[in-house]
Design a protein around this ligand. Structure first.
Ligand SMILES: Nc1ncnc2c1ncn2[C@@H]1O[C@H](COP(=O)(O)OP(=O)(O)OP(=O)(O)O)[C@@H](O)[C@H]1O
Ligand SMILES: [Mg+2]
Length: 362
C-alpha cells in the first residue's frame, strides 16, 4: 500500500500493485484483417497508461472491446473494480458503472449540455441528488458553464470533445478510458485536459488513454504501450523504452547566441572533445552530424551513445568549455523527441519484419 497525494491536502490510499485491467491474448478480426492481434497488457490501480500507435494500428478497436461495443474473436478482458475480484468482462451482462469511456468523436443528439449530462449520469446510476452539482462543477471546470442550456449539436468540435470527456467522467468512475481526448482541442484546452488528467491521477484513478499525440502522452502517462498493426511492440516507461534506442539526444541551452564566425570552429572543437561519448553509428536519417547548433533555441543538440556515464562526462566538458563565455543554462534529455524516435524506430522495425500481421498473418 502506498499513499498518493490527492488535490492539495487530502490523501487517497491506493494499492497500486493491484491489476485492474488485464488483456489476455485479445484478438479482433474484421474479415481477413486482424485489427488487434493477440495483445497482452496489464494496467495497475492508479496508473495512467498511454496506448500509442499510427492510424489504423488498433487503438480504437481495443478500446471498443473494453467498452463491450465490439466482441473479441478470441482472448479475454479482465476487469477489477473496488468492490470485486478480476472479472471476465465477457461474462458480465451489465455495463460496469465503475468505468467511463470517451470513444471516437462523440456524436450527440438534440439535447442541451445539461440534458445530455443528466441523461448519462442517470444511466450510470449517479446519486440523483448530487447530479446537478456534479454537472455544474464539471461544466465550470471545462469552461462550458455558459453553454449549459445550449444544444450540443451547435457546439464547436473542441466543445463537443470536452462534453465527451465530461460524459466519460460524470459518474466519477474509478477506471477512465479515453480515445484521443485531445482531438479538436486548441493548445490551451489541451493544457487544461492535461491538468485535469493529473487531478484524476492524484485522486488515484486508473486511466487508459489512446493517442497519437506523443507530447500529450509523454507528459501524463506512467507507461506507454506502443501498438502497430494490431500488436503491442513495446510496453514500458518512456525512460525504459528509451534505453532500447541506439542513439540518445541531449539539449544544452546557452545564455548567449553564438556568432556565425565562431560557430564552425566551435562545433569542430566540441565534436573532437566529446568524441568518445558521441554516437559513432549515427543514423543519417536522424542526423548527419552528432553536434548541431540551433540558433533559435540558443543551444546545441548532441547525439550521444545513451550511456549514463557519457552524459556526465559531456556535461563536465560543456560546463568547462562555456564557463568564460556563453554559460550553460540548461542541460536536458528531451522526452518528446525521445518518444518520437522510439516510436519511429520501433514502428519501422516492426514494418520491416513484414506486414504479415496484416491480413490475419497470411
Ligand atoms: N468496423 C470495422 N470494420 C472493418 N474494419 C475495421 C472496423 N473498425 C476498424 N477497422 C480496421 O481495423 C484497423 C484498426 O482500426 P482502429 O480504428 O482500431 O485504429 P486506430 O489505431 O484507432 O487508428 P486511428 O489513430 O486512426 O484512430 C484499421 O485497419 C481499420 O480500418
Ligand atoms: Mg482510433
Amino acid at each position: 500500500m502506498i499513499l498518493q497525494p490527492s488535490g492539495k491536502s487530502k490523501k487517497v490510499e491506493i494499492d497500486n500493485s493491484e491489476t485492474v485491467i488485464k488483456l489476455e491474448n485479445l484478438t479482433k478480426k474484421f474479415g481477413n484483417l486482424t485489427a488487434v492481434n493477440s495483445i497482452n497488457l496489464e494496467v495497475h490501480r492508479g496508473e495512467t497508461i498511454g496506448l500509442v500507435g499510427p492510424n489504423g494500428a488498433g487503438k480504437t478497436t481495443t478500446i471498443k472491446m473494453i467498452a463491450k461495443i465490439l466482441r473479441p474473436n478470441s482472448g479475454r478482458i479482465l476487469i477489477r473494480t473496488n468492490s470485486s475480484d478480476l472479472q471476465d468482462l465477457g461474462k458480465i451482462s451489465r455495463t460496469l458503472s465503475q468505468m467511463g469511456f470517451l470513444i471516437d468523436i462523440p456524436a450527440f443528439y438534440n439535447m442541451t449540455a445539461y440534458q445530455l449530462l443528466r441523461y448519462f449520469a442517470n444511466l450510470q446510476n449517479y446519486p440523483k441528488d448530487k447530479i446537478d452539482q456534479r454537472i455544474d462543477e464539471l461544466l465550470e471546470r471545462f469552461k462550458l458553464s455558459e453553454w449549459k442550456f445550449e444544444q450540443v449539436k451547435n457546439f464547436s468540435k473542441g466543445m463537443t470533445q470536452k462534453i465527451g470527456i465530461i460524459q466519460a467522467i460524470i459518474h466519477d468512475p474509478e477506471i477512465i478510458i479515453l480515445d484521443e481526448p485531445q482531438t479538436g482541442l486548441d493548445p490551451l484546452a489541451r493544457v487544461e485536459i492535461r491538468k485535469y488528467i493529473r487531478e484524476l491521477q492524484s485522486q488515484g484513478k486508473t486511466i487508459f488513454v489512446a493517442s497519437h499525440m506523443l507530447y500529450e502522452i509523454s507528459e501524463v502517462c506512467d507507461k506507454i504501450a506502443l501498438i502497430n498493426y494490431g500488436s503491442i511492440i513495446g510496453f514500458d516507461t518512456v525512460e525504459n523504452l528509451a534505453l532500447k534506442l541506439k542513439t540518445s539526444e541531449l539539449d544544452c541551452e546557452l545564455l548567449k547566441t553564438i556568432n556565425d564566425s565562431e560557430l564552425s570552429p566551435l562545433i569542430d572543437r566540441l565534436t573532437e572533445k566529446l568524441k568518445p561519448y558521441l554516437d559513432k553509428n549515427l543514423d543519417p536519417m536522424i542526423s548527419k552530424i552528432p553536434v548541431k547548433y540551433y540558433p533559435e533555441q540558443q543551444g546545441f543538440k548532441f547525439f550521444y551513445d545513451g550511456r549514463h556515464e557519457s552524459k556526465g562526462e559531456i556535461l563536465k566538458i560543456l560546463i568547462k568549455e562555456f564557463e568564460s563565455d556563453f554559460t550553460v543554462i540548461s542541460f536536458t534529455q528531451p522526452k518528446t523527441s525521445q518518444l518520437e524516435r522510439i516510436y519511429a524506430e520501433m514502428v519501422k522495425d516492426n514494418d520491416s519484419k513484414g506486414k504479415s500481421k496484416l491480413n490475419g498473418g497470411l
